[in-house]
Every structure is written in C-alpha cells, then in structure tokens.
Write a protein that binds this ligand. Structure first.
Ligand SMILES: Cc1ncc(COP(=O)(O)O)c(C=O)c1O
Ligand SMILES: N[C@@H](CCOP(=O)(O)O)C(=O)O
Length: 461
C-alpha cells in the first residue's frame, strides 16, 4: 500500500516511510492511495477475534511493508501495558453503549495508538540505524501518551508543547513528572492551536525537519489514525452481537482524528449508520455540519480542555474525500482559509456531509448536568469529554438506532469538573498514585516559533 498527500505534490511512499514522514513534505496529510473495502463474509469471520488479532488483520491491510510476525509482535507488546484484557471494552449503561478507551497507561484513548506508534518508531529506527527527535503538540492527552510510548527509548528524543496552564492539573503532571533524559516538556504561553501551528511550521521547514530527523506523534501521522480504526470494528462486533442495529458512534471531537478513524472504518464497509460529531463550545465543526459555516473563531476554555481546539488538523483528510480526492481543491480551500478565515462549501457538498455526520455542540452547563444525571442513574462517572458525546447521543440518536459513545478519558484526569458536577472526587487509579509528589521538569516559553525552535536545537539528539 502506498501513501499520497492531500495536497497532491509528493511521490507516493510506502507505509514505513509514511510513518517516518509524519506531515507530508508538501504541507498536506498522508492518506492511503485507496481505502480497502471488506466483504460481509470477511467482517463475519473477524467477529470472534481478540483485540490484538483484529488489530493485526486491519493494520496489515495498510502496513504492507512490515513482515507479518514483526507486526503481530509490535501489536502484542503495545497492548500488554493495558489493564483490561479486552483493551477497549464496551459497557452498557442507561440505554447507551460506552466504548471505554482509557485502559492504557495514561488513561486516555491516545494510548491505543501511541503505545503502538512508540514501538513502531523504535522498530523502524533500529532497522534504519537512525535517530529521531519527536516534536508534538498537545491539549493534554496526546502529550502524556506519546511520552509514555517513548520514554527511555534509545535514539529517540521527545519535545511536547502544551498550552501553559490550560490543561487539567493531572494532565500537566502526567507529562512533566516524566523526567527521563529523552523527554522535554514545553509549556507554551498560548493555546493548543498556537502549539499545533508551531509544530506544523517546524515540519514544513524541510531543512530543519531533515537536519533533526523530526518525527510526528500527533494525528497528522497516519499510523495514529490507523490504530484508532480498530476499536470501531471491535465495538461494532460487541454491540451487534447483542442484537444492536443501526449503529451510531458518538465521538467527542477536537482535532478530528478520532472521528476520522471512524469515517475510515465506515469507508471500509463497517455498517455504521452515522457518525455523531460532538463538540464543546469550540464548535467550528458543528457549525460546519449543521449550518455550512466553517469560519475560525477564538478558542474558549471549557471543562473539556482537550477539545479546546479551533483548527482541527485531520479535517483536511476528510476534505480530500469530500472534494472527490482532488488535491487542487484542497489546496485552494486552505488558501481561502488563510486569506479569509473561512472555507465556503457548495450545497451539494454539505448534503453529502450530512449523509455521513450528525452534530451537536454541548455547552459547559449541559456537560456538568450530564455527568451528574448519568452518575445518579447508573453510578458510572463520565469524564467531561465523554459526557459531551453522551449528551449529544441522548439528544440526537433516533430511538431505533444503537448509540455507542466513545469514552475518551478516565474521569480521574478531570477530577475538578467531575467533582463540581457530582460532589464526588473520582478515585485515583493506580497509574496516578502519588503523582503530585513526584519531581517534575518543564520549560515555560513564549508561544513563539523562534524560541521553541532554539530550545529544540539546544536539546536535540
Ligand atoms: C479526552 C479527549 N477526548 C476527545 C478528544 C478529541 O479527539 P480528536 O482530537 O481526535 O478529535 C481529545 C483530544 O483531542 C481528548 O484528549
Ligand atoms: N486532544 C489532543 C489534541 C491533539 O490531537 P492529536 O490527536 O492530533 O494528537 C491532545 O490531547 O493533545
């Protein structure tokens, strides 16, 4: 399988090169040349597979240049760190299915892809005899998952930018208390969008990217999206086993990576009726789907801080398909966005968007109300991001459909919001025990490309 850019200006590359390239060298995002489609018989034959076996079947369709034994070994090692045998179990509470994606070492869905990506990087660097400096941006969860994925690994340095004082306190501690020599945390005085823009601009500085062998852990890296496709299949098997039909996945959305993985699963032939895109007050994607209004606003802080994002990077991948795989139209759209702060869509394009997606923006009061009501009804504590998706599902999923809500983080990561809603501080799982007493290290810098570039140059491998 080869990979092409949404901007159409690179020669196709294989899977291994795509993983190492991260952001395409023409500034676009990498996608497979074609998305494989699965027959009903193949789907049926996968129903009883374990998570790791299913991951192997799906990922091997795309990672065709990795020998089968090596791939299965990478997958097995990556999920050995999860605390649930099922990796991403599905539970049924108060009329909705909850797909729990927080059983990895840093208690958020990012672990599902980043444990694998960390091992994949180590494998590829060893094979090539190379080293890498990872540079990533985080609103709180990608950062710690990526750090845990590569801490202490040979030939890898990691630089993670997070918005200073804009993550939850636990999220910040999960990053800054990892003091291995190869880990560099940078708290940038700005928003997540500022951090992501700086990271993308460093990747677009091709001499810098090459000199320091930059690697990407954000969902700009295709391997991230690919690993996330697996749990849509896994969950679909679990709920349809129980007679569920007309499955709707409700996905709390920020950078559009998670829901884009669902879109790929649907494109591969997984019988999903709709994808429900749930946002907090940072709702540009909801405005786009419901009103055709894709115009950038200011980022506002919310109780679901990991989704405090305006410019969702994976949206570009979706636009490639919406524009009938025409890279020139993608390039024009991004010129329009840079010049005017918006992208205009035709009524035909918007009709196609609405065939695939439903959307709802859930505000702070509704999020807290949902955490409280769900807890009262079931005893189950939702984290605020998951609550955004649950509320959207409760309001928009039709009675004859089966709602599956992605639980993207453990409630203990956002204890303040959960306590505000329910009066109960979520108990700390073992992974967080004593975290507030550990030594920490972090550089606080201006959200300024030059300052951050200089910091990386000083500390790079
Ligand atoms: C806990 C949590 N939920 C939801 C999201 C949204 O996911 P995505 O950025 O893939 O849309 C994120 C990060 O963005 C997150 O950290
Ligand atoms: N919510 C994310 C934002 C970065 O998204 P990514 O999926 O592109 O890595 C985070 O927790 O950092």
């Amino acid at each position: 399988m080869n990979y092409i850019s949404t901007r159409g200006q690179i020669e196709p590359v294989g899977f291994k090169d795509a993983v190492m390239m991260g952001l395409a060298t023409d500034g676009g995002l990498l996608l497979p040349e074609r998305v494989p489609t699965l027959s009903a018989a193949t789907l049926d034959s996968w129903r009883e597979l374990s998570y790791q076996q299913l991951a192997f079947e799906l990922i091997s369709l795309y990672a065709t240049d990795i020998p089968a034994d090596d791939l299965q070994d990478l997958i097995n090692r990556s999920y050995a760190t999860f605390d649930n045998r099922e990796i991403t179990p599905v539970v049924h509470e108060d009329g909705v299915y909850i797909l729990e994606l927080f059983h990895g070492p840093t208690l958020a869905f990012k672990d599902v892809a980043l444990q694998l990506l960390g091992n994949l990087f180590a494998y590829l660097l060893k094979e090539r005899g190379e080293k890498m400096n990872i540079v990533g941006a985080t609103s709180g969860d990608t950062g710690s998952a990526a750090i845990y994925g590569v801490r202490g690994k040979e030939n890898i340095n990691i630089f993670i930018l997070h918005p200073h004082l804009k993550t939850s306190p636990i999220q910040a501690l999960q990053m800054t208390t990892v003091t291995d020599a190869n880990v560099h945390n940078i708290a940038a005085k700005g928003t997540f969008d500022d951090c992501q823009n700086i990271v993308k601009s460093l990747f677009n500085d091709l001499p810098f990217k090459e000199k320091y062998a930059l690697g990407a852990v954000n969902s700009i890296n295709w391997a991230r999206v690919l690993a996330q496709v697996v749990y849509y299949f896994y969950a679909w098997f679990r709920v349809t086993d129980n007679g569920g039909a007309n499955v709707v996945f409700s996905v709390p959305t920020g950078n559009f990576g998670d829901i884009f993985a669902g879109y790929i699963a649907k494109r591969m032939g997984l019988p999903v009726s709709k994808l429900l895109l749930a946002t907090n007050e940072n709702n540009i994607l909801t405005r786009f789907i419901n009103d055709g209004d894709y115009s950038l606003g200011d980022v506002v802080p919310t109780v679901s801080p990991s989704m405090d994002i305006q410019l969702a990077s994976n949206f570009e991948r979706y636009l490639f398909y919406l524009f009938d795989e025409n890279p020139a139209r993608v390039r024009d759209a991004f010129v329009e966005l840079t010049q005017t702060g918006r992208i205009a869509f035709s009524s035909n394009e918007l009709a196609r968007v609405r065939e695939e997606f439903l959307s709802r923006s859930v505000n702070q009061a509704e999020t807290l109300e949902t955490i409280a009501a769900f807890h009262k009804a079931t005893g189950y504590l939702l984290d605020p991001h998951t609550a955004v998706g649950v509320r959207a599902a409760q309001e928009l999923v039709p009675a004859d459909a089966t709602p599956v809500c992605l639980a993207t983080a453990h409630p203990a990561k956002f204890g303040e919001a959960v306590e505000q809603a329910t009066g109960i501080a979520p108990p700390f799982p073992q992974a967080l025990a004593g975290i507030d007493r550990l030594p920490s290290r972090c550089a606080v810098l201006e959200a300024d490309r030059t300052a951050i570039k200089a910091f990386i140059e000083e500390n790079a491998l």
